[in-house]
Design a protein around this ligand. Structure first.
Ligand code: C2E
Ligand code: CA
Ligand code: CA
Length: 398
């Protein structure tokens, strides 16, 4: 059976034709496309063409047993969810699941024979892939029809407060504002608001990041101009995708946009993740240096999630380091988190960078970070990302 357009394609591998037929019926009721292999020959004939998204695999078969199938699937780098079937006890099934995981397979459970209809249906439903609202055409429309917009999250300055002036009024008091981070959202006509994690990776893998980042930069610059007209002059950070770190002309385009709107370059911060900066060090270095030469600030984002050392990063001209929220959210819970945070802050300061902690959700976290000499804090404790109008209101409230 050849591959179909169906989102869900299930391959059942079982020498027992009755069982295979039973699984097929249940799966077809759930609108799966189904292929059946009763032996190794049939498996070989259909696997590569059909590309299943789920495989239901019997462990004991006469010609080639389930464990050998797991090995073959592992060699084929199969990404389907694998569900095992067996008449053996649960310990055998558990061992087989572990074996599959060791071979890099996505093991999604094990069902004991005889299989109850409801149990099988429940398992298949849980693994069913739902159609994603994110498509190339949809995203192109989103850019051209302005369905995309930016929310802004305040970044609060703890140290050197007198250097940068703007204060903002939040529910927990008045704070010195360092800048805002621009975060993209998609107001989808039928799906409601879609978060960036649901469409940025798609845009990256479909070569759509240049128009998307241009949209973000243009929107950010016109927001800076609009706020300036109201007497509110913060800086804004925006996210540069790893894909854009090969876009050599980006610094020039950004500079042109700022100049056309009369925006000082030092009010713009480009945030680049650690892994993006390290993918092609030469090109990253080129882009980062040219951003700096033009007067923009550059921050290393999500620090602590990649494998680079601060020493490697030192060679790149970053002005700010943002510690990832996965570390910050452990402060006060895991002792190690404080040790790690303290070391990062000390090293970054010694290398001439300011430090921003992301994911600050509690007062306790603020106190720890104050004690550790962190410069800038960002997180739900202060404010969630908000619409530009709300940010302006916050700035006027103080
Ligand atoms: P990021 O750059 O690390 O952005 C911070 C994310 O953390 C935001 O999620 C923000 O809402 C969330 N956050 C902030 N404070 C807290 C907190 O206290 N607790 C928790 N749990 N979360 C907090 P968001 O807006 O969903 O963005 C997710 C990611 O999508 C961003 O991570 C960024 O990598 C990417 N992204 C957002 N906008 C853009 C964009 O314009 N371009 C590109 N290339 N990527 C973007
Ligand atoms: Ca960021
Ligand atoms: Ca981040």
């Amino acid at each position: 059976m050849a591959r179909t357009d169906a989102l869900n394609r299930l391959l059942v591998i079982d020498d027992d034709e009755d069982v295979a037929e039973f699984v097929k019926d249940v799966a077809e009721e759930l609108e799966f496309d189904v292929a059946v292999a009763n032996d190794h020959g049939q498996f070989r004939n259909c696997y590569d063409a059909f590309m299943p998204t789920i495989i239901v695999l019997d462990l004991s078969m006469p010609d080639m047993d389930g464990i050998e199938y797991l090995r073959v699937l592992g060699e084929k780098e199969c990404r389907a969810n694998v569900l095992l079937l067996s008449g053996f006890d649960s310990r055998v099934l558990k061992t087989a699941v572990r074996l599959g995981e060791d071979k890099g397979l996505v093991m999604s459970g094990a069902l004991q024979k005889p299989i109850a209809l409801e149990v099988l249906r429940g398992n298949l439903e849980a693994l069913q892939r739902k159609a994603s609202p994110v498509t190339v055409a949809g995203l192109e429309t989103a850019v051209s029809a302005k369905e995309l917009y930016l929310d802004y999250q305040p970044k609060i300055r703890l140290r050197n407060e007198d250097e940068k002036g703007t204060m903002i009024s939040l529910s927990n008091g008045n704070w010195a504002l360092d800048s805002c981070e621009a975060l993209i959202r998609w107001r989808h006509p039928s799906q409601g608001i879609i978060r960036p994690d649901a469409f940025i990776p798609f845009a990256e893998s479909h070569d759509m990041m240049v128009p998307l980042t241009d949209f973000v930069m243009e929107e950010m610059v016109s927001q800076l101009a609009a706020w300036s007209a109201e007497g509110f002059k913060p800086s804004i950070g925006f996210n540069v995708s790893p894909k854009s770190m090969t876009d050599i002309a980006l610094p020039d385009r950004l500079a042109k946009m700022c100049d056309a709107a009369n925006i000082e370059h030092n009010r713009v911060i480009a945030e680049i993740t650690e892994s993006a900066a390290m993918t092609d060090v030469q090109v990253s270095m080129d882009i980062l240096t040219r951003l700096r030469l033009k007067g923009f600030r550059v921050a290393i984002d999500d620090f602590g999630t990649g494998y680079s050392s601060l020493v490697q990063l030192h060679r790149m001209p970053f002005t700010e380091l943002k510690i990832d929220k996965s570390i910050i959210m452990e402060l006060g819970i895991e002792e190690e988190a404080e040790t790690i945070t303290r070391s990062i802050i000390e090293l970054a300061h010694n290398l001439g960078m300011e430090v921003c902690a992301e994911g600050v959700e509690t007062e306790q976290c603020v106190e720890i970070l104050r004690r550790l000499n962190c410069d800038i804090l960002q997180g739900f404790y202060f404010s969630r990302p908000a619409e530009s109008q709300s940010i302006l209101t916050m700035s006027k409230g103080s």
